[in-house]
Design a protein around this ligand. Structure first.
Ligand SMILES: Cc1ncc(C[n+]2csc(CCOP(=O)(O)OP(=O)(O)O)c2C)c(N)n1
Ligand SMILES: [Mg+2]
Length: 357
């Protein structure tokens, strides 16, 4: 059956099937975008722009440091997906739970974890978020309720479900955000967790960051349907699609989701249509896709869209935004210096934190 026919009977709330082909401008702002800008206001919007820029710069410096052999092991960059992390995490409360995959740098930074501690983690230094023992795929923060970056595809989903159970049990209105990729959605772990979340009315917000590829395999070749919200239907769960290149929409969809679920816990699936500009990991030259495909997404780059909009709305100007960018670059340079200068873990660290200490 065609996907559109399946959709007809869907219990899903559907917000426009495809990402915008054109960047946001003042004259083409949708009512939701205008409203979101009003809610966020100038200061917070510029702050979120800075956060996206900070993530991009962090990732670029990671690439450099990897080439200089200061970082080893795996490295999966978030470049292109910044609108999802910053938009969605900008809408949650500090005591909500968050869990994600190995593509975790952007999520950790968007949560406000210090770039120093993240860069140090990548450099294998004891000052890192996981004391240098986790590396790129294993960022954690007890303080920010980040329950990890996880290397097993889909492995984080049942953990996020557990956090949603905790949230409901405690009755303090928390929610659990569970980020995973389009590849991970095909794993049994998603389907088991979705079923239980629905049956038990848990406040789990499943966010599939559909960046169109799982390693070198396009989503069309890996998923029975390409509209991921259809998969929510089998679990009597609401499903929403959002343009992941649009930070304002990502904020709006998450804000609405968390506001409605704090009092009445129910799961939700959000499919963020996004794109990764780089290969799957640092060692992937991404020869399986065409250059113009990447360029099409770069035309609606999440950072550039907000930057241009700020200028067009006269909420800022070229000069001031350059200062914002310079300041973010300074912060990342300091993080690199901090990581460089930090000590490696002492040999006595070897047996610590293996279990629960
Ligand atoms: C259980 C498991 N199977 C396979 C792998 C190898 N692997 C690592 S990443 C990946 C692709 C996942 O793609 P997706 O979920 O779309 O996330 P993205 O990398 O696009 O963020 C695969 C197959 C793994 N780490 N774990
Ligand atoms: Mg993917």
């Amino acid at each position: 059956m065609a996907e559109s026919a399946l959709k007809k009977d869907a219990q899903t709330v559907y917000r426009g099937p495809e990402r915008r082909k054109q960047p946001i401008t003042v004259t083409t702002l949708s009512p939701r975008e205008s409203q979101t800008l009003e809610v966020l206001g100038r200061e917070k919007t510029i702050k979120m722009f800075r956060q996206m820029y900070l993530i991009r710069n962090f990732e670029q410096r990671c690439e450099q440091a990897y080439q200089q052999r200061k970082i080893g092991g795996f490295l999966h960059l978030y470049v292109g997906q910044e609108g999802v992390g910053v938009g969605m995490l900008g809408a949650i409360a500090s005591d909500d739970y968050v869990v994600t995959s190995y593509r975790d740098h952007g999520i950790a930074l968007a949560l406000g974890i210090s770039p120093n501690a993240l860069m140090a983690e990548l450099f294998g230094k004891v000052t890192g978020v996981s004391r240098g023992k986790g590396g790129s795929m294993h960022f954690y923060s007890k303080e920010k309720n980040l329950l990890g970056g996880h290397g097993i595809v889909g492995g984080q989903i049942p953990i996020g479900l557990g956090a949603a159970f905790t949230a409901k049990y405690r009755q303090q209105g928390q929610v659990s955000l569970v980020f995973f990729g389009d590849g991970a959605m095909q794993q049994g772990s998603f389907h088991e967790a979705a079923n239980m979340a629905s049956l038990w009315n848990l406040p789990a917000i499943f966010v599939v960051e559909n960046n169109q590829y799982g390693m070198g395999t396009s989503v069309q070749r890996a998923s029975s349907v390409t509209d991921m919200t259809l998969k929510a239907q089998g679990y009597n769960m609401e499903g929403v699609q959002v343009d992941g290149m649009n930070m304002l929409e990502c904020y709006a969809v998450m804000k609405e989701a968390v506001d409605s679920r704090r009092k009445n816990p129910r799961p939700l699936l959000i499919e963020a249509k996004t794109y990764r500009y780089r290969g799957h990991s640092i060692s992937d030259p991404a020869t399986y896709r065409r250059k113009d495909e990447v360029e099409n997404y770069q035309r609606v780059d999440p950072i550039k869209q907000i930057r241009d909009l700020m200028i067009e709305m006269k909420w800022s100007n070229e000069e001031d935004l350059k200062e914002v960018e310079k300041d973010a670059r300074r912060e990342i340079s300091e993080a690199v210096a901090f990581a460089d200068e930090s000590p490696e873990p002492d040999i006595s660290e070897r047996d610590r934190h293996v279990f629960s200490d």
